[in-house]
Design a protein around this ligand. Structure first.
Ligand code: DX5
Ligand code: ZN
Length: 236
């Protein structure tokens, strides 16, 4: 089965003085999701925005909001980000002690749950969480900043995860974040990715529509999985 590739531009690389306009540019490019990087200055050495800004953006757009929480104690914030308008909520496995409980909470709140793994974090233990994850976000840079180079050493982890998901006959999506551009996309997709986050490469491209169409034209070969636990037929 050949599945469509999804593109999720990260507004982190946009101009924060004109976020509404950047949002419209992302929507009109034909992108699938808006990726929102929330940083707390503790889990990562940088700060971005919180629920107030996300809820203001939410009023301006219908595009699915893919919220990447790079924060300590994400369990304390899930409700606030869901109420702000997150359609997908991703928590870092390194930031949370009872990950499965939080995945259930995200599902109960009505959003699509996902976990994120930093570059050095192994897949060990993920097999026990995968059925509760609508997506797994694989970091291909150390999180905290846009504009870094892809860590090629992480690509084999994507392939191993693809095998794990296909072997378990699940539909969990593999999302890849960090240093993704039009040159390395095919390699990342060949490794097994379904969703590509793009920050700096998206915003520096003059023809964003052509960029998104180019990525959409690529394919990721994957097996048909069964329905994940509680996963809606048509996830955001
Ligand atoms: C990094 C963020 C990424 C970032 C990607 O901490 O999680 O989403 O915005 O930006 P690029 O594509 O420039 O690496
Ligand atoms: Zn991100």
């Amino acid at each position: 089965m050949v599945s469509p590739v999804l593109v999720a531009p990260s507004i982190l690389s946009g101009d924060f003085t004109r976020l509404g306009e950047e949002l419209r540019i992302i929507e009109s490019s034909g992108a699938d999701w808006l990726h929102l990087d929330v940083m707390d200055g503790h889990f990562v050495p940088n700060l971005t925005f919180g629920p107030a800004i996300i809820s203001q953006l939410r009023r301006k757009s219908k595009i699915p909001f893919d919220v990447h929480l790079m924060i300590e104690n994400p369990q304390d914030w899930l409700k606030a980000y869901r109420e702000a308008g997150a359609d997908r909520l991703t928590i870092h496995i390194e930031a949370c002690r009872h990950v499965q409980r939080q995945l259930m909470l995200i599902r109960e709140l009505g959003a699509a749950p996902g976990v994120c793994l930093n570059p050095q974090t192994p897949l060990a233990g993920l097999e026990y969480l995968l059925a509760d994850c609508d997506h797994v976000l694989i970091m291909t840079v150390n999180p905290g900043f846009g504009g870094q180079s892809l860590l090629e050493s992480v690509l084999p982890k994507i392939t191993l995860l693809r095998q794990m998901i296909d072997g378990m006959r699940l539909r969990t999506l593999i999302e890849v974040d960090g240093g993704v551009d039009s040159e390395n996309s095919q390699r990342i997709l060949a490794a097994g990715a379904d969703v590509l986050v793009m920050g700096s490469a998206f915003f520096r491209d003059k023809n964003k529509q052509a960029l998104v169409s180019f990525i959409h034209g690529m394919a990721t070969p994957r097996k048909r999985g069964k329905r994940n636990a509680g996963r809606p037929e048509k996830p955001a």
